[in-house]
Design a binder for this molecule. Structure first.
Ligand code: GDP
Length: 301
């Protein structure tokens, strides 16, 4: 398993193009700092955050009398590690619990919620859990069908009702099934149609309230599924969800599809909630736990 994770992480390499900048020369000049800031901005780190980072790294470089670009890279890694480390729960293993778990996935349609639900259930199964996939996007019949297909393929139980059913009642069914001994790790796929934003948030709020009330003593998480390709715009979506719901973390999808690796840093900085997993492909095995060190190293290599 570790070998394949390493292979997948290879897709993360040098997403900010900083290694290329570093190889250009070793003397620290004004243009070096400008280019570094430019790369960070292009890499979706965000304008203000990029400026802050460069300023902080530059200050430290002066203080520590550093003269080569190679050393600057190490300082940048340190600064980023510190910043990400400050977000509580970052890098925590959600599967390392003896308790029953409920994970509600929320996010805009197309971000990869359904696929991620299947991936997460598969990871849980691999860790000896008994996952249940919960089809609480009752608005789109296709979403339920997609989840059922994943369930068959991965041999994982799926709880669903007919289209148009109350999503909270599907979750309720799944909790009853778990309570009756049918499973211990619930992954809930929810609706994500944004053209009816208020209704959607009300519906999700209700699903979460019902689910939390019915699961005393369980581990509970509401994770926002965010598409890395949407970059800074995706962060605006994230704010909308974050204002309406108590998000406990983020899963970043399609990280394999973007050259802009800095979105990871922007999420941690702006949302101040942990990133738990990163999606690196369309297959059910393409989800890796987020590890600060591995990602920072890969990003700058
Ligand atoms: P939903 O509408 O949010 O449930 O999104 P889906 O799960 O249906 O995913 C939308 C598309 O994104 C599908 O074609 C998935 O295969 C694809 N997808 C999901 N996660 C990833 C990922 O991490 N990487 C890549 N490359 N594609 C992904």
């Amino acid at each position: 398993v570790l070998g394949t994770i390493k292979e997948k992480l290879a897709k993360v390499k040098n997403k900010l193009g900083i290694a290329n900048l570093i190889s250009k020369g070793t003397i620290l000049s004004d243009s070096f700092w400008e280019e570094l800031e430019e790369l960070l901005i292009q890499g979706d780190v965000g304008i203000d955050y990029s400026e802050d980072l460069v300023r902080e790294v530059k200050d430290r470089t002066k203080r520590e009398k550093i003269q080569t670009q190679e050393e600057v890279k190490e300082i940048l890694k340190e600064v980023l590690r510190e910043k990400l480390g400050r977000v509580e729960g970052m890098g925590k293993d959600l599967l390392a619990t003896e308790n029953k778990s409920l994970v509600v996935l929320v996010g805009v349609n197309g971000t990869g919620k359904t696929t991620t639900a299947a991936k997460l259930a598969r990871l849980a199964k691999g860790r000896g859990k008994r996952p249940i996939l919960v089809a609480a996007d009752t608005f789109r019949a296709a979403a339920t069908e997609q989840l059922k297909t994943w369930g068959e393929r991965l041999n994982i139980k799926v709880i669903a009702r007919e289209p148009g059913s109350d999503p909270a009642s599907v979750v309720f069914d799944a909790i009853k099934s778990a309570d009756a001994g049918g499973g211990d790790f619930l992954v809930v796929d929810t609706a994500g149609r944004i053209h009816t934003k208020k209704n959607l948030m009300d519906e999700l709020g209700k699903v979460i309230r019902v689910a939390y009330k019915e699961t005393p003593g369980w581990e509970k998480n509401v994770l926002l599924v965010l598409d890395a390709v949407t970059g800074q715009n995706g962060l605006l979506q994230a704010k909308t969800f974050g204002e309406a719901l108590d998000l406990t973390g983020v899963i970043l999808t399609k990280y394999d599809n973007t050259a802009k690796g800095g979105i990871l840093l922007a999420i941690a900085e702006q949302l101040n909630i942990p990133i738990y997993y990163v999606g690196l492909g369309e297959g059910s095995e393409d989800l890796v736990p987020f590890s600060v060190d591995e990602f920072i190293n890969g990003l700058l290599e």
